[in-house]
Design a protein around this ligand. Sequence first.
Ligand code: ASP
Length: 404
Amino acid sequence: MKRLGVLEWILIGFALGIIAGAIVGPPIGVIKPLGTLFVSLLKMLIVPLIFSVLVVGVSSFTGEKLGRMFGKTFFFYYFTGLCAICIGLIVAVVSGVGMGMELGELKKMVVKEAPPFKDVLLNIVPKNPIKALAEGKVLQIIFFAIVFGVSIGAAGRAADSVKAFFEGVAEVMYKLVGYVLWYGPIGVFALMAWTVGTYGLSVLKPFAYLIILVYISTAIMVFFVYGGLLRVFGIRPYRFFNKIKEAPIFAFSTCSSSATLPVTMRVVKATGVSDATCSFVLPLGSTINMDGTAIYQALAAVFLANAFGIQLGFGHYVLIGVTALFASIGTAGVPGAGLIMLGMVLGAIGVPIEGIAIIAGVDRIMDMPRTAVNIVDDSTAAVLIAKTEGEPLPDDLLTAKARS
Ligand code: ASP
């Protein structure tokens, strides 16, 4: 018999976790620390991984290529972001989600406020890069890594040893990712068992419609938008999704794009995308490219407006679109961050911020698919950019037309 690889074990852990959670119910919560340990292990990798691979990747781009990569990456992020919001809004409006909902019975809780978008932008430049590294401020780290990498490239021969050092660190980090993944099956088992055990079916009932719509909209995004784009660029969508599936599975169980980043880097690299492209597109994407979050915010905003009996007009939908796009950019890749940033969207259309508390109880269930989509989103961006940059991708990933 063929020995099972880590991916197969993770899938087994995932399935067993769901079964165990369903059978045992809330008491299964005792094993949550096993899942938390896994997330901590993944997080441990993020700062050194992002910093080293980005520095190496960017330092190998010439000025012209760097500009082109930026242009393409951002074009992809915003194009698909807009598609995501349109899907969220259309599904929300057509379904009338949230209409006639009884809010009185639902308990409220204290809500954290989302930071203003201006602050999110200004905070990208770290006053002290070492502090940013120590505190794991991902956008600040990315900013510093990019300027540091560009400067290594500009310094030429004199900086060869610095570049070689970071190349070594990146290799070591990739090895470490491989080791941590072997704990994945247990971590994923614990996280799924806890989620399913905690949220029995009855908690979901008042929100079932919203939850189902989030799953439907995120599926539309993956299969129609990303699938369609991949095909247009000569990549076989199902083959690609199959090759990277480990990453969305991790995202689904951890609800964290940042924690999943080491896995995303590994699987996308294995599809044939170059180190340089992976290291540029994926870390950036894991913090500012969140289509799953944008879909969710659009749907949740309409749901809450309907639940509060607030009439929405065309102008409101435009506002939801614009703010959800910015909110998704500002959302950190951690569990529940999209829910907090929803405050920005609700504020813009005059829906009480307490709305966040109403859906907070079931947010995790909706965080799972949106985080998985956020990861498919970044992975698709990376492979499409690699393809348009003329990187050689394996034949089995290409459509017959692209091969000829
Ligand atoms: N959990 C999501 C992520 O890490 C962000 C969100 O809450 O929408 O990608």
